[in-house]
Design a binder for this molecule. Sequence first.
Ligand SMILES: *Cc1c(COP(=O)(O)O)cnc(C)c1O
Length: 406
Amino acid sequence: MVSNGLSQSNRNPTDFLREEYEALVDQELDWRLRTLQGPSTTRCIVDGKEVLMLCSNNYLGLSTHPKLKDAAIKSIKKYGVGSGSVRSIAGNMDLHIELEERLAKFKNAEASLMYTSGFTANSGLIPQLVGKEDIIISDELNHGSIIDGVRLSVAERAIYKHRDVADLEKVLNEAENHDPPYRRILIITDGVFSMDGDIAPLDEIVEEAEKHGAMVYVDDAHGEAVLGDGGRGIVSHFHLDHTRVHVEMGTFSKAFGVIGGHISGSRDLINFAYNKSRTWLLTASHPPPVVAACIAAIDVLEKEPQHVKTLWDNTNYFKKGLLDLGFNIGNSETPIMPVIIGENAVAKEFSQKLYDEGVFALPIIFPMVPKGYARIRTIMNSALTEQDLDDALSAFEKVGKELQVI
Ligand SMILES: *Cc1c(COP(=O)(O)O)cnc(C)c1O
């Protein structure tokens, strides 16, 4: 009856779109988007209600900093709102070069390169660094953009247990005995892990890598403007440099308050990366206001060190408050603090009740985290006041008792 190979010719070829979406809704795994009405500030309006923001990545409040806003507006007046092209043809503005030079200096690197986003930095660069005679070794909890970058590569893959250097050593030893020998070994890890707020033991990873002649690639999206001297990130935090951590990748979309991915390292790395990454070569460069705001963000970090300090003061205050109330915050070592709840349904109810109490913090549930470890992920912000933190802790206490989490 049907000649096109479909068993049910009366089916619309796009029926699966609705069916798969409805399956997600049935399992309560669909994303129901909340709407921010106005700027991303610590007291903000979400779905018509004023709440305390505890889940943005805008750690230092830079997305509304007057210097960033001014820089963006001035650049629009001077340059317009678009760059007109990809960097490699006609879209390479002096602003892009200035930003990369400023970032390299900030990161103590020979050179830096800006990508459209952190996601496209990982997905565009990783598959170029290794080929079919090579192996990539990843921490099992690395970010999804790293996973996609690894999947786009034709190299062999291995994982090591989360932050487990002894297991990494085991995997490296196996890789070393591979026949024929691998041409290159690439170790990739998140710097700060976004679901747990724990820190990769980058110093020990580097030591292992050096024993085996491996490259080291760290994704510091959540460590920048948080860890290290003046917020210079995880490489600075561990007193390492780019002769030992070969690729330091990051993003302007989190603590820097704007958008755009970046890598820092040797001049050789940068020359290689922009000539080879298709996510760099075949996509337009960032518009002037984005680039100017990123430059201003680096300025602010260099000239206003108080923001990073306040972020940590708030982190320590809130962490102590949560622990005193009896919450489990896992292995958090950073301003990302997961409040472990347990079952998906309870975590969702917890988040809804927090919202009703005027606190905005979203649940992170299975399958994003292991079963039984559903959580409310809180992220600290330097702009939160002590009163804000006390209000947030009161809400956590009230809901925690109501739902018998504490
Ligand atoms: C957010 C994040 C990214 C993606 O960065 P964008 O610039 O937002 O695309 C990559 N890696 C990690 C670890 C992240 O947390």
